[in-house]
Structures are given as structure tokens and as C-alpha cells.
Write a protein that binds this ligand. Structure first.
Ligand code: SF4
Length: 176
């Protein structure tokens, strides 16, 4: 398909970084040798066709670099000024699904590789929230990419938070 350049199969936190390194080195074709990255040159090779990127531990904690996102908003301030959009900062605290690993919802197409639930340790999650809150008052909307909110966070994380005025935190939850 000519409109698709590269496909990242499975977890991409490692493979995407490797891919960017190849591009910055001026050797994008080197990415053809990385399992989990598919391109028209390697997609028919059985070794690569079914390969997925390596998983990264959920507690392998790092702070995302949002600088280029902030710079882009500076260049295009219209949506904020007119109130047509509210920028959100995305973050992750878990992967997989604690419900789906014992009773997979029939309509669910998420978690093709692993339904096993892995959630960030509460201390790390608190640290990540404190870092996010540091972007207030400019940014007060925080969007979690988790499939489902970790159940222990209601007891072990949220009571420890001191969100800034007007903060909004989005999580998907599993209704009982
Ligand atoms: S709760 Fe959500 S993520 Fe989990 S199995 Fe159901 S639809 Fe999928």
C-alpha cells in the first residue's frame, strides 16, 4: 500500500526509538532488520512478517518530552484562543486489562498481543502525576491511554494527589 510507509507491530516503545535513530542516521533501510518494524522490503519475509516489537516494563519509568507539542501550539494558537479545542497531555499507567484477562468482552479488539494486566507501581504513578501537574496552569487536561483504570489507584494513588485548580483527569473505567 503506497500510502503506508512503516508499520510497528506490537509494542513500539523500543522499536519506534530504534526507527527514529535509523532515520536520523540517514539510513532508514536499516530499520528493515528490526523485528517489529515492517516495510514493503521485509513484509514478505516470514522472519519479520509475524515478529512483534519487544515489550518494555511498565515500571521502566521515563518522562515524555512534550516540548515539540508545546512549540506547535505556540505556532498555531488559534484553537486555544477561540476555545475550539483544549490541549491534553497524554500519559500511561497500565497495559492490558484486569477484566479481560479473566473474562474477555466479546466486542473487544484491544490487546491483541497480551491481555495480561500490568500497572505502574503506585509511587511511580504519583511521581508521574506530580510531573504532569507541573504543567498547570497552562495545561490542566490529562488523558490516560490505559484500557482500564487500575483498581488499586483509588486507594493507593488518587488520595495522595494534589491536583492544580481546574485539573481534569480522564480514565476509562470498568463499570461493575
Ligand atoms: S474491559 Fe475494555 S479493554 Fe477490557 S476486555 Fe472489556 S472492552 Fe476490552
Amino acid at each position: 500500500m503506497p500510502t503506508v510507509d512503516f508499520v510497528f507491530s506490537g509494542p513500539a516503545l523500543n522499536t519506534f526509538g530504534e526507527f527514529v535513530r535509523c532515520v536520523l542516521d540517514g539510513e532508514p533501510e536499516r530499520a528493515d532488520t528490526v523485528p517489529g518494524i515492517l516495510y514493503e522490503r521485509n513484509c514478505r519475509d516470514p522472519c519479520f512478517r509475524k515478529a512483534v516489537g519487544a515489550e518494555r516494563d511498565i515500571d521502566d519509568f521515563f518522562l515524555p518530552d512534550y516540548d515539540s507539542f508545546f512549540e506547535a501550539l505556540q505556532v498555531h494558537p488559534e484553537p486555544r484562543r477561540t476555545g475550539t479545542s483544549k490541549p491534553m497531555l497524554f500519559f500511561e499507567t497500565s497495559r492490558g486489562c484486569w477484566w479481560g484477562q479473566r473474562s474477555h468482552c466479546t466486542f473487544c479488539r484491544l490487546n491483541g498481543e497480551s491481555m495480561a494486566f500490568r500497572s505502574m507501581a503506585p509511587d511511580l504513578a504519583v511521581r508521574q502525576f506530580e510531573w504532569l501537574f507541573g504543567f498547570a496552569p497552562a495545561y490542566t487536561a490529562f488523558f490516560c491511554t490505559d484500557n482500564v483504570m487500575p483498581r488499586n489507584y483509588a486507594r493507593e494513588v488518587f488520595p495522595r494527589l494534589d491536583p492544580p485548580p481546574g485539573a481534569e483527569i480522564f480514565y476509562e473505567v470498568k463499570a461493575r
